[in-house]
Design a protein around this ligand. Structure first.
Ligand code: GLV
Ligand code: MN
Ligand code: MN
Length: 421
């Protein structure tokens, strides 16, 4: 790498200003953010993205899935391939301020540095803010639309419900058809890079500054609805009732055991139960139970899925209930490109930052992109491992380190342009 490039660093203060402004959109009293997809706060954050991109002199675009892009034409020609630097501006309900936002501000800052220093690369650069990474509506909506892995059926049965999806699409001015038109030609992409907080404690435990992601774990989910019979809670004997809550609660307890004993290293989560009719004095007739499962290994993911389905059916039989099963979608484990990992490692070493290879327990848009181009992720430490909570915190020095590794990885990928695969 020539000297003019090795001396490049992000402007930490400018990036911090961006980060702090962004954290105001949907700020909660507890220090987190509440920015579910296409909520008013999320729409404001999206406006901010376009304003910042315009102010920096980038071309601003959005696609039919609502993905927003800031483009810097630093390649040999406008039609050159593109290296995407992405993340997301939506959050989980009452989430933290770092998840997604850090990746966006670091990507924007990297492009500014490349532009200000008139760096020429063998590809153009594009910051991309993906729609609905967190799954308020569908999950990885924008990135799976872009990569062509989103099926129309998923939009017909979205994990957040049809009504929420329709409302969201109206708020953003997009449609189901436009979402499916957002597919991009993979031949135009050099690769995908994302900086993110780790959302776990492995970097802290190893006293490492940089995580080099090897694989993004696979994720699947189901909505199981146990169906019994509404009855008077005081007059129907305990043995006579068809109580949907028994099946749901028993499932919640048994899936944990199932994963711990049968599938070490995997995770399961019962994230919600909705009781209906939902009153003190009525035996629950229907209980919707939201179950999610994850593993870094495709075979284990499939076996875990089969066991969960079998368990749900067994619990329904045990309490003489009906069972309705709806899939909430499934994403296979996605290995990150070894060539991109090598560029990240080279960057971390150049900056004398201790690095660690790790699998991502959380889902990311990189898993959609990995199917169509070389993808890589850079993690920085999360204090206490906390995430999806206002307790989420990463020291600014770590954010700054991560952003510098991101910038340098871009430059390394430019130098090794013939290799990434
Ligand atoms: C996204 O953050 C997920 O892993 O659920
Ligand atoms: Mn995220
Ligand atoms: Mn998240």
């Amino acid at each position: 790498m020539d000297k003019s490039k090795t001396d490049l660093f992000i402007n930490s203060e400018r990036m911090k200003d961006d980060f702090e402004v962004l954290a105001e959109f949907g700020a909660t009293g507890e220090g987190g953010v509440h920015r579910p997809t296409f909520s008013p706060a999320h729409l404001k954050a999206r406006d901010w993205f376009r304003d910042q991109a315009h102010a920096a002199g980038f071309e601003v675009k959005s696609d039919g899935a609502g993905n927003q892009s800031a483009i810097l034409y630093c390649g040999p020609e406008p039609g050159s391939k593109t290296l995407l630097l992405g993340s997301h501006l939506d959050s989980v309900p009452n989430g933290g301020r770092f998840d997604g936002a850090l990746g966006i501000v670091a990507a924007m800052e990297s492009l500014r540095i490349v532009k200000e220093n008139h760096i020429k690369l063998p590809f153009n650069l594009e910051v991309i803010d993906f729609t609905d990474e967190e799954g308020t509506l569908v999950g990885l909506l924008g990135s799976s639309a872009l990569s062509g892995s989103l099926a129309r059926e998923t939009l017909h049965n979205p994990r957040g419900g049809r009504e929420a999806l329709q409302e969201g699409l109206n708020a953003a001015g997009i449609t189901e058809d436009s979402i499916l038109s957002a597919r991009r030609d993979p031949h135009g992409l050099t690769g995908y890079l994302e900086l993110h907080i780790e959302q776990g404690s492995r970097l802290l435990n190893a006293r490492a500054s940089i995580g080099v992601v090897t694989v993004v774990n696979g994720i699947g989910s189901y909505r199981f609805t146990f169906v019994g019979r509404a009855d008077h809670a005081g007059t129907t004997t305990l043995t006579d009732r068809l109580d949907a809550a028994q099946g749901a609660c028993s499932l919640a307890l048994s899936v944990r055991r199932l994963a711990l004993v049968g599938f070490p290293g995997s995770t399961v989560n019962v994230g919600n139960m909705i009781f209906s009719p939902g009153a003190f004095n009525i035996v629950p007739e229907r209980v919707q139970t939201w179950v999610e499962y994850r593993s870094s290994n495709s075979k284990v993911l499939n076996q875990l899925e089969a066991s969960l389905l079998e368990r749900a059916r067994a619990e329904a039989r045990r309490f003489s209930l009906e069972l309705e099963i709806e899939s909430g979608g499934k994403h296979e484990p996605s290995p990150m490109s070894e060539a991109v990992q090598a560029c990240i490692i080279e960057a971390a070493e150049k900056l004398s930052l201790k690095h660690l290879p790790l699998a991502s327990g959380a889902g990311h848009d990189a898993q959609s992109l990995a199917g169509i181009c070389p993808a890589g992720m850079i993690f920085v430490p999360s204090e206490g491992g906390a995430s999806h909570s206002p307790r989420e915190f990463t020291h600014w020095e770590d954010c700054q380190n991560g952003a510098n590794v991101l910038l340098r990885t871009v430059l390394n990928m430019g130098d090794h342009d013939s290799h990434p695969s």
